[in-house]
Ligand binder design. Structure first.
Ligand code: ZN
Length: 387
């Protein structure tokens, strides 16, 4: 049943090709996670040439065929403006991820006091300082002084306002829905204290949100494991979890959540049931693994095109792969285990689909069993570490 998932632990399976849901269903069955089977951002739709309705129809077809009777959701991901909303609402999406990242002031972390004072002039500073300064008890996520409150206000104030606008507009169009605010693609990490500020302000301003995606420390790049200090992340995730349980009204959301095998035990430990994980491109990489095994000519063409397009296509993504570090090997499926090849192939999916989309899809239909089995094994690995 397509429905809001509210506070159930949940897992997002983005599917850029419209052929991955059978594998996703096989993996998520008999886990505690409520699945999101349709999950696509405006950016992805632009690159795949699919509409929100097509993404929904592909997921529905697979759900019906597999006779999946439990709740599932559909995530309109990374919506930036109110104009992004209508096509997703019309197609029946149940989960709306609002990304006000363009309104986050990344410079606030480093601004001088004088600059902060100037910038904060437009905000309702008297009210904010009455609310957030002089709190009696220090919490594990920290305590505001005038300077940190100014930084948080400057950094996230306009983004919070934009999320409020998006929520109000959506509430006029729909009764029940999951609402997420994501700031995961900003330049600077969200501190636990800033997380507290965002959650508190959204709540105060009447936004009923069911998940929140801060930008965590370290690097969560696409389709590869975490890059950063795991001990530092462990401590930070515990503080974020403390903020979440303080409110008790929403889940923490991990974006670019695929292949973060070293991080899953940490979020399982700290976040427990209040968890949402998003994945997308890793299912495309599993499709390429099938092609690397069974359709080598087509795979070689996609690989060569990816190398050609990488520098251009990576611009809107956080990736650090280098073309000159790509492995030199005849063992094509092994490329799908290489950091540099994975990221290169991951961010060039739009170019690959524009040129070879029909061939990729027909090959995957031909090797549907292999694709389903590959996806199931790949996501079993994710989900078993999140237990
Ligand atoms: Zn994201």
């Amino acid at each position: 049943m397509l429905t809001p998932l509210s506070l159930s632990p949940s897992f997002g399976f983005g599917d850029r090709l419209g052929l991955a849901t059978p594998g996703h269903i096989a993996a998520v069955r008999s886990t505690k996670f409520a699945p999101i089977f349709a999950q696509q951002s405006v950016r992805e739709n632009t690159r795949t040439g699919r509409t929100p309705q097509q993404v929904m129809d592909d997921a529905k077809r697979a759900v019906d065929a597999a006779q999946w009777g439990a709740p599932w959701g559909a995530d309109a991901d990374h919506l930036k403006t109110v104009d992004d909303l209508p096509p997703f609402v019309e197609a029946g999406y149940t989960f709306f991820t609002v990304d006000p990242g363009d309104h986050v002031d990344n410079a606030a972390d480093a601004d001088s006091l004088a600059v902060l004072e100037q910038k904060v002039a437009g905000a309702n500073w008297d009210q904010l300082s009455a609310l957030y300064l002089h709190q009696k008890r220090e919490q594990v996520w920290g305590q505001f002084d005038a300077e940190t409150l100014m930084r948080a206000t400057v950094k996230y104030g306009r983004a919070i306002q934009h999320a409020v606008t998006m929520f109000k507009r959506l509430s006029e169009m729909k009764d029940e829905f999951d609402f997420e605010m994501s700031v995961d693609e900003t330049d600077s990490p969200t501190t636990p204290l800033e997380h507290f500020f965002i959650a508190s302000e959204l709540t105060r301003l009447g936004v009923r949100f069911t998940s929140l995606a801060p930008r965590f420390i370290g690097r969560f790049e696409k389709g590869v494991d975490y890059l950063g200090d795991l001990d530092a992340l462990d401590a930070e995730l515990a503080k974020h979890a403390a903020v979440t349980s303080h409110f008790g009204t929403y889940k923490l959301s991990l974006h670019s959540g695929s292949d973060k095998f070293s991080v899953y035990p940490l979020i399982a430990k700290h976040w427990r049931e209040r968890i949402h994980v998003k994945t997308a491109g890793t299912s495309y990489l599993e499709a390429l693994r099938v092609l690397a095994k069974h359709e080598t000519d087509l795979f070689m063409k996609i690989y060569a095109l990816g190398c050609e397009r990488y520098e251009e296509d990576k611009r809107t993504y956080h990736v650090s792969a280098k073309l000159d570090l790509l492995p030199n090997t005849d063992d094509l499926p092994s490329l799908l285990n290489d950091f540099h090849a994975r990221e290169m192939l991951h961010v060039t999916f739009g170019s690959a689909l524009a040129q070879f989309g029909a061939g990729i899809r027909s090959s995957l239909v031909k090797h549907a069993d292999a694709y389903q089995q590959g996806l199931q094994a790949h996501f079993d690995k994710h989900l078993s570490l999140l237990k």
